[in-house]
Design a protein around this ligand. Sequence first.
Ligand code: SF4
Length: 410
Amino acid sequence: MVRLHVVPSEQPRLTGSVRRADVPDAQWFDWRWQLGHMLQNAADLARVIELAPAEREGLAASAKLFRVGITPYYASLMDPAHASCPIRMQAIPNATEADIRDEELRDPLGEDSHNPAPSVVHKYPDRVLFLVVDRCGIYCRHCNRRRLVGGDEPPTTADLEAGLAYIAKTTRIRDVLLSGGDPLLLSTRRLGYLLGRLRAIPHIETIRIGTRLPVVCPMRIDAELCAMLKQHHPLFINTHFNHVVELTPDARAACERLVDAGIPVGNQTVLLRGINSSVRSLRALMRGLLKSRVRPYYLFQGDTVIGTDHLRTSVEDAMRLYQGLRGWMNGMAVPSLVLDAPGGHGKVPIFPNYIESLGEHEVVVRTYRGERITYPQPRVRDPSVAYDDIYFAEQPADDDREGAAEADLP
Ligand code: SF4
């Protein structure tokens, strides 16, 4: 699925100010106003910050590759004095985005080849991605789904019905992850309808939603949305904070509203060179998330998506940074460090190796402080669980077939 995006005009698209100081609260805290006033080009951005020459060059060079879109709220977090600001670097393209390397991929996660029904990606045995919308509240410069998002070809009602039909007939799917684009951009009513349809499928145990709106448009997390979401438990939300500066009082309050609705909120951070690629920055982010009642979930090594080479760290740096987290903070603040294997082969943990030697009688481990400690192995080694045969006697064995083959099964 290759989609072309409209190249934003260099003319200002917006009328009126989008600066926080000029916008009445009634508009500023209206999520529809925020999404209707997204900054999309250099002329729009020049209304809120003075663009650096490299940013102007980037906006001109990359417009044909991946659209720009930033809510006034997220733009209000930009440091007007420094182009190295993590908000600016995530939202405003760099000229090197147009410098595409041979090994970079349009579809680094191989989603288009695991696509048994419209809007469904089925890569892992018991869970699917359900891509319900193609718009976002920001177009992140590191996005690995840039080929799909942008708002030009949203999934049709027929696409969504076909996706629901696939999920309903494929009984080994236990978990559905709504993504896109950003599912919280659907109207509350439309999203509630889709969640209700999924909840009516007996084999669906859990539903997850991936969203960046708590970060870029926290006003979307309103009472009406939370009241609707809480009708569909067990429901989980994973959001996407990459820097502690994004954890504003408004963003934190949005996360707390979700948690207060009984929804566990996790966070997926992408490791971004020059944006959050320091131990200090990552520690502050992870601690800030926990204080906001959000559980750090994944720390992603950057995907090999086109135009993002300049934002990726080396794997050695990723592991070094991880060692600055593990052991130095509450374990709940430490996400799993993973790499998505190019081509759709799934997530691979890339933790540093803390085992120095593995023997029959003892294991030597290296602690977070670098000490070598011996752990004695037990004398009895058989790990089988006798009660499994009793407790699970009437249940079929887990099905671990690959997902995409499901459509071809009799
Ligand atoms: S919000 Fe997610 S899907 Fe949308 S542009 Fe950012 S990373 Fe991509």
